[in-house]
Write a protein that binds this ligand. Structure first.
Ligand code: AMP
Length: 112
């Protein structure tokens, strides 16, 4: 099964890298919703937050640690930012590989 974000994490599809380590890859969203919009993904293919298991506890904790570090390096740690993960159709999940959206750099509205 071909997965867009698996291919991006492997470097087979180009992306603008923000951060990487052995467990996580982070890159700029192609259609940014703010001055800062970074996607943080596990290298391991996980469909969504709904597919997480207890075996992924440490990975998820690590993804949040990476988010904090990226917020610092992107200059939004003090001004604030939003961390979002869409799950399934009603949330508008379009890529079925778990990802955190880190969005900031402006005052964000909550319309819905
Ligand atoms: P979601 O709708 O929550 O599944 O988020 C998927 C995100 O991936 C959207 O914000 C897209 O703009 C973004 N996206 C899709 N393709 C790419 C790509 N090739 N490079 C960077 N971001 C992408």
């Amino acid at each position: 099964m071909s997965c867009l974000f698996c291919e991006i994490a492997k470097g087979n599809i180009p992306s603008t890298k923000v951060y990487e380590d052995e467990l996580v890859y982070a890159f700029r969203d192609i259609a940014p919703q703010g001055p800062v919009h970074v996607l943080i993904i596990p290298r391991k293919h996980i469909e969504s937050a709904q597919a997480l298991t207890a075996a992924d506890d440490a990975l998820l904790c690590h993804m949040f640690a990476c988010a904090r570090q990226i917020a610092e390096s992107e200059g939004v740690a003090k001004t604030g930012y939003r961390l979002i993960t869409n799950v399934g159709d009603d949330a508008g999940q379009s890529v079925h590989h778990l990802h955190l959206h880190l969005i900031g750099g402006k005052t964000l509205k909550w319309d819905n």
